[in-house]
Design a protein around this ligand. Structure first.
Ligand SMILES: [Zn+2]
Length: 410
């Protein structure tokens, strides 16, 4: 059965063109028709009045680790490596020592919190092998928010010791990676410094082989801090990006906070997506990604909130932070419309999902914003308004796959 929303303002299509008064028709979880002006068909279907409401594509949080939701703000004064290193970091200690039910409860809280803040899809790098995947599935079961789970075998090399030996994964680890892929959407790899050239190549080969039956994603962190970048160059003679592009062919790279211009150009040339996490970078004090520069080189940029342990999974705050920081730190300001695309259209493009835009055929994943809310009214520039004034309080409801998340009202 169709659902019709009329007299609604909306951001239309992949260019987020603003329509002041339009209509959206939803059928079986998808957008059946959308356009300006009033709906002129029959009125046999449920009709919602959209006067005073702005429909924005639902946010795609393109990089999270909700597994550490239990460790909020632990070790706040410690260094980057001390907090989140996959082997000897405080984070790993928390994941190992906490009770399963606590980890799951807090992961579920993060998923609900994201949904209330307008996130319709999140892509999670899940540590902990098969057990970790099992936990996130249990934590998100029954919730409308959609998750893309990118697993890993939790088997790490240290390039300082293993690079020249060029160690390889054993058949047992390869079997585990294949098994992980049976339950996930792909791989979320820690970084180049935790892999030899051989192991990166093995990841690529496994994905290529498995992708004959189902399309899998590969994401990997790179150039997050200057220390990790320096380590890569000192030990291997190459930057993290150079090693990744030479050995892995990922769909997207997370961070690139300290990447050189040459590396950013290389990523753009190879059409690899970039997922920036500026607030998480800010918490760790590792720098701020050069977003205006990335855009000028033609990169496709998405946004992630990264570890819940170090940052809140709030895309509104991320938008605001990016807009003001790029204005302050870079020569060319990034227009709010481009920043909003990063949180919606681009995230969907990078992850290859049918979401992120209000256009015919896409999943009906939308945020309904109250234009009359005290914080944003009067709305003179809808893009700027969403990017640096809107907040979760301005949301009337969120729709995922054509269903309202919070009761049947807008
Ligand atoms: Zn991360």
């Amino acid at each position: 059965m169709d659902v019709i929303i009329r007299n609604i303002s909306l951001f239309f299509g992949e260019n987020l063109d603003y329509i002041d008064k339009g209509h959206i028709i939803i059928n079986r979880g998808k957008i059946k028709r959308v356009g300006s002006g009033d709906y002129e068909g029959g009125y046999d279907y449920p009709i919602y009045e959209g006067e005073g409401i702005l429909a924005c594509p639902g946010f795609i949080n393109a990089h999270t680790h909700i597994g550490d939701s239990f460790g909020k703000d632990i070790g706040i004064d410690s260094s980057f490596e001390t907090r989140i290193h996959p082997i000897h970091g405080i984070k790993n200690n928390i994941l190992q020592k906490s009770e399963r039910k606590h980890l799951i409860n807090f992961m579920r809280s993060s998923a609900i919190s994201m949904m209330r803040k307008g996130v319709v899809v999140f892509a999670d790098f899940r540590e902990g092998g098969l057990q970790g995947i099992d936990q996130i599935k249990e934590a998100t079961s029954g919730l409308s928010i959609k998750s893309i789970i990118l697993g890993r075998p939790d088997y790490y090399y240290d390039i300082s010791q293993d690079f020249y030996k060029n160690r390889q994964f054993t058949p047992d680890i390869i079997k585990l990676i294949c098994n992980i892929l049976n339950f996930t959407d792909g791989l979320g790899i820690s970084g180049a410094n935790e892999n030899t050239d051989s192991s990166l190549n093995q990841y690529r080969e496994i994905i290529q082989k498995k992708s004959l039956k189902k399309k899998y994603l590969i994401g990997i962190h790179a150039s997050e801090s200057l220390e990790t970048e320096k380590k890569s160059i000192t030990v291997t003679g190459k930057s993290e990006v150079q090693r990744i592009i030479g050995n892995l062919s990922p769909n997207f790279i997370v961070h690139l906070t300290n990447a050189s211009d040459m590396d950013i150009k290389l990523v753009a040339k190879k059409k690899i997506g970039i997922v920036v996490c500026p607030r998480a970078n800010g918490t760790l004090g590792v720098g701020i990604p050069k977003i205006a520069k990335m855009l000028s080189y033609g990169c496709c940029i998405g946004i992630g909130t990264d570890n819940v342990m170090i940052n809140s999974p709030d895309m509104f705050r991320e938008l605001d932070y990016i807009w003001k920081l790029t204005r302050t730190l870079e020569d060319k300001p990034v227009p709010p419309r481009e920043i909003l695309k990063m949180a919606t259209v681009n995230g969907a493009k990078i992850l290859g999902i049918n979401s992120g835009a209000i256009v015919t055929g896409r999943s009906a994943d939308m945020i309904f914003i109250d234009k009359n809310n005290l914080d944003i009214s009067p709305m003179h520039d809808p893009y700027t308004s969403i990017v640096h004034r809107a907040n979760p309080n301005t949301i009337l409801n969120v729709m995922i796959d054509g269903k309202f998340v919070d009761g049947d009202i807008i």
